[in-house]
Design a protein around this ligand. Structure first.
Ligand SMILES: Nc1ncnc2c1ncn2[C@@H]1O[C@H](COP(=O)(O)OP(=O)(O)OP(=O)(O)O)[C@@H](O)[C@H]1O
Length: 337
């Protein structure tokens, strides 16, 4: 893994410092179970290092910690299992010469990029360039016309629906609208992947659900229905549900759009914490350049169906490609610093 040397182990990352514990105690004394997520509104630069469990009530921390450490261990094992390619570790996800058309409209033309284990890739580009189509092909909801898509070293391009269902357990998507089940409570939505495992006691499941909701900043909402929540809260719950599935990779489709700036900031900080502390492999489709700068190890910029740029954000910012310069300039005009 590229970042392994400097990475914290999952256990270390999830550890609570004495200050965190005090804060949780003060918070729970003062506000009962509805403790405000001060960690999530921390200064942006520091937000990624605030321990993920800092907001989880002390009494349920062990259950959540055990669950997250188990998830991280499975993730590391899955990464180890990815076969090497000529002596080099293989990417966790790769698109190799992928093309896709709808009728005469060529959405993607010979597109190649990859995501290493534990890396966050941001897919950038103007509206309609095929960012969401790429995610849908990765999950097998759309078929490629030509080319190869690999997940965990396996060529999934021609997988059957049954095989794709297994891929979707490893790679989960956080949809813009959350894609929650409307008729069941928030808690049951998050419990859904836990029930499917069939190896958890009801009590343990309840604690993990509560802890995950506290972790993503929507504490105490387990008995509400999704329709009671704002768009941003639904997205937070969708992230909690994605984590409940103990995925190897998470795909985020426009996580900060259609929410107010404060919620976008909270979601951004949360995703940054997951990236830095759990080292989940992630792909983030976004228009939000500040968000991409904060999160991306590498970016792929799509333009007129082709990969115009694939590299790090600083490399993109240094590029003298006029198309990239125009995109960056427009972003500065739309989003003044
Ligand atoms: N199932 C489909 N059938 C026909 N055309 C489709 C289908 N899905 C997507 N498209 C078209 O493919 C193009 C790329 O769509 P996509 O949703 O990937 O864009 P995007 O880059 O994610 O844009 P945005 O940022 O606006 O969401 C669009 O022109 C869209 O209309």
């Amino acid at each position: 893994m590229a970042e392994q040397d400097e990475s914290l182990t999952a256990e270390k990352a999830l550890e609570r410092t004495p200050e965190d514990k005090n804060r949780a105690v003060e918070s729970s004394d003062a506000e009962g179970s509805e403790h405000r997520s001060d960690a999530l509104v921390a200064d942006t630069d520091d937000a990624g290092s605030v321990p993920l469990l800092a907001d989880v009530e002390l009494s349920i921390t062990p259950a959540v910690e055990e669950f997250m450490v188990q998830a991280a261990a499975q993730n590391e094992a899955a990464v180890e299992a990815v076969p090497e390619d000529r002596g080099k570790p293989r990417s966790y996800i790769s698109f190799e010469h992928v093309s896709k058309s709808f009728g005469d409209f060529h959405v993607l033309k010979d597109v190649s990029f990859c995501v290493n284990p534990g890396e966050t890739l941001c897919i950038l580009g103007r509206s309609g360039v095929g960012k969401s189509v790429s995610l849908q092909m990765l999950l097998g909801f759309l078929k490629v016309d030509s080319g190869t898509i690999r997940v965990g070293g396996e060529d999934i391009t021609h997988f059957s629906e049954r095989q794709l269902q297994e891929v979707r357990k490893k790679v989960t998507m956080v949809f813009q609208n959350g894609a929650l089940f409307d008729s069941i409570t928030v808690g049951e939505n998050v419990a859904f992947p836990l029930r499917e495992r069939k190896d958890m006691e009801e009590d343990q499941m309840f604690q993990v659900v509560r802890g995950l909701l506290e972790m993503v900043g929507v504490a105490g909402m387990e008995n509400l229905l999704p329709s009671d929540l704002s768009t941003g809260m639904k997205r937070s719950v969708a992230i909690a549900r994605a984590l409940a599935a103990q995925p190897e990779a998470v795909l985020y489709d426009e996580p900060t759009t259609m929410v107010d700036p404060m919620m976008a900031h909270l979601l951004g900080n949360l995703i940054q914490r997951l990236k830095q502390q759990l080292h989940l492999t992630s792909i983030v489709v976004t228009h939000d350049m500040r968000f991409a700068k904060k999160l991306a190890d590498r970016v792929v910029f799509l333009h007129q169906g082709e990969v115009r740029f694939f590299g790090t954000m600083p490399e993109m910012e240094r590029s003298d490609d006029p198309i990239l310069r125009e995109f960056l300039l427009l972003d500065e005009l739309v989003l003044p610093a």
